[in-house]
Design a binder for this molecule. Structure first.
Ligand code: AMP
Ligand code: MG
Length: 493
């Protein structure tokens, strides 16, 4: 061990560094003037084998100031379609992959710093992140994990001790992120756009071995790989929609090959249901609006498919036909997952032809009625339990909803499930607590303005068990007060 390194107890096994030369640039983090550990995710630290609990060592390493023993820090290169326009050269401009570890189940995990300084891919950026955005990613990604939605995780927050210029000077911070990998659609696009098909193949083989070993033996492994990524993404986006999550920046550089949610920049959960809800300041055309997310996921997958064409079949027309069928199949897989999830939300145990339409009809009845998405689903179970009719009070005009409710009740009556089992099913699918925008902002403001991390910690604690009613947590189940106003989010802060 070099004495310039610090041992955190992590046992690195750096396959990306070892096997994919030419897919990254080795580099190191910037020295933080006064790094301080703000938060360590104890359970996740345990999972990745981080045993050094010394806050000073953790702050040094997790700010990027000193490398951990066994790491091979690097910035990954990638390209990406951003809002439909192709950027051939992106890459980790403010992130540093320290390396990989294997958890107790042998699952390989990336450990990455975000905001640790400039890299060769920073272009005009400063390579930094600010505390507010880091806390936001911590809160929302950990909430997603608790909601059983595939996601990158948050391991730690360190403040750097420097001010970072955004619209004003803000406290700088670094997030330590854990992910199944950081392979993106954009990683494939970088090499495909340069005509480096041997590299695309190398990358596909690496991705297959790491994420989809089942297709390894297949005779049409690259087509099966495409289908496997499609299936994961279809399931992911269905899960987003079922909890009212809007990612906000579904560019191809932000779509993982693993099927995990990544890049928590402008994302937000909606309070009132609206199919065209958008929060991101730059998404003026609603490209990444709530309801457009499956369409955009499919669009991103088509970009992945393009990169794989030469591997799918020697004959280009044949390759295009096969890839088109694969990408077109997205919709059916998405519908299956969405309908299965909606059944659970509505307490339906049997499968019927009209279930997709029943779910859609409910959403349609909510449209324009200022109904809180999360509260409504939870209230449906409460109504069943107590025989009350409170759910309709959440609507301005409940006419359409009442028509829907009758249909739903007719459907329920056909099933043999007991009421208690039905309620159990609904309550395990419908969260009480989601990261409400006003609560996230409150936590960030207290930390940024007053160095008070209590609201952040409280919010994290509530969101860790989102399906369970918690004492004195009612305020976290409430939508934003009227004076919170319209909510806008920003990229890359
Ligand atoms: P994002 O919008 O976070 O997905 O980032 C898009 C691209 O911009 C990625 O290549 C990032 O690494 C890069 N980027 C974002 N913020 C910064 C920054 N402050 N400094 C350098 N690069 C950045
Ligand atoms: Mg990104």
């Amino acid at each position: 061990m070099s004495n310039k390194e610090i041992d955190l107890g992590l046992t690195f096994d750096n396959s990306y560094f070892d096997k994919l030369e030419g897919f990254y640039v080795a580099c190191s983090g910037a020295k933080a003037p006064d790094p301080k550990l703000i938060k360590l995710n104890g359970a996740l630290a345990n999972r990745v084998g981080l045993t050094n609990a010394d806050p000073t060592s953790l702050a040094q390493v997790l700010s990027g100031t000193i490398a951990p023993s066994g790491s091979s820090p690097l910035a990954q290169v990638y390209a990406g379609h951003q809002f439909g326009g192709f950027s051939p050269q992106l890459g980790d401009g403010r992130a540093l992959l320290l390396g990989e570890v294997l958890d107790k189940d042998g699952i390989r995990l990336d450990i990455q710093l975000k905001g640790s300084g400039r890299t060769p891919f920073s272009r005009g950026g400063d390579g930094k992140a600010v505390l507010g955005a880091v806390l936001r990613e911590y809160i929302v990604s950990e909430a997603m994990f608790a909601l059983d939605i595939p996601t990158t995780r948050a391991l730690a927050v360190v403040t750097s001790g420097e001010s970072v210029m955004r619209s004003q000077y803000l406290p700088g911070a670094v997030l330590t992120r854990v992910a199944s990998s950081h392979l993106r659609v954009g990683t494939f696009q970088f090499f495909a756009s340069r005509g480096e098909n041997d590299k695309v193949k190398q990358l596909a083989d690496y991705a297959i071995a790491r994420h989809y070993p089942k297709v390894e033996e297949s005779e049409q492994r690259y087509l099966d790989f495409l289908c496997a990524v499609r299936d994961k993404q279809a399931e992911l986006v269905a899960k987003w929609l079922l909890v009212g999550f809007i990612h906000g920046v579904m560019n191809t550089d932000n779509m993982t090959i693993s099927g995990e949610t990544i890049d928590y920049g402008p994302c937000a959960f909606m309070d009132d249901y609206g199919s065209d809800t958008v929060f991101s300041s730059i998404d003026r055309d609603g490209r990444y609006s709530y309801n457009n997310q499956p369409v955009m996921a499919q669009w991103d997958l088509a970009r992945l498919a393009e990169t794989l064409l030469p591997l799918i079949h020697d004959d280009q027309d044949e390759a295009i036909a096969l890839a088109t069928t694969a990408v077109t199949g997205f919709w059916e897989v998405f519908q299956q997952h969405w309908t299965a999830g909606m059944r659970r939300k509505l307490g339906l145990s049997d499968q019927e032809e009209g279930d997709f339409a029943l779910g859609e009809q409910l959403l349609e009845s909510m449209s324009g009625e200022e109904v809180d998405f999360t509260q409504l689903f939870r209230q449906l179970a409460l109504d069943l339990q107590s025989g009350s009719h409170e759910s309709q009070k959440l609507f301005n005009n409940a006419d359409k909803f009442l028509v829907w409710k009758e249909e739903w009740e007719t459907r329920l009556a056909k099933e043999s499930l007991t009421v208690s089992k039905r309620i159990e099913m609904m309550n395990s699918a419908n969260p009480i607590y989601i990261p409400r925008n006003h609560q996230v902002e409150r936590a960030i403001e207290a930390a940024e303005m007053r160095g008070d991390y209590q609201p952040f910690e409280q919010l994290l604690a509530v969101l860790a068990t989102p399906f369970t009613l918690q004492k004195e947590a009612q305020e976290y189940a409430e939508p934003a007060p009227a004076d919170f106003g319209p909510y806008t989010t920003f990229c890359g802060t």
